[in-house]
Design a binder for this molecule. Sequence first.
Ligand SMILES: [Zn+2]
Length: 147
Amino acid sequence: MGKLAKWLRIMGYDTLFFNSSDDSRMIATALAEGRVMLTKDAQIIKRRVVTSGRLKAVLIKGDEPEQQMHQVIDTLKLDCQFRPFTLCLECNQPLLERSKQQVKDLVPHYVFQTQSQYMECPACHRIYWRGTHWQAMTKKLEKFIKG
Ligand SMILES: [Zn+2]
């Protein structure tokens, strides 16, 4: 589920991740913030808050992240090109655009030489750029779109 959360963030969907011991906190947060709950726990789906329709929840079936992604995209009609690469993959914070000069001392020299677009997470200050990792993820996203 951690990988699934990361993929949803790559697509730009605001996603929180809870450990399985945090059930009540997860439900309270989902209700308070109007979130859809994704869970592998069939017991949670049977709770009154879900069966009554107060909380929208999806029972995730597969164990493979790709399988889970397909289920979530199909069920919630998600758009793979929603806002790709706009959230920090670690903190779920919206990334801020940074100029080349602003990141000069923050990224490896070879990156600075070859990349022109940068983003920074306001929380963890991680710098993102459109490197090979980014390109690999874009390819994978396109694969999801085609199905
Ligand atoms: Zn961050």
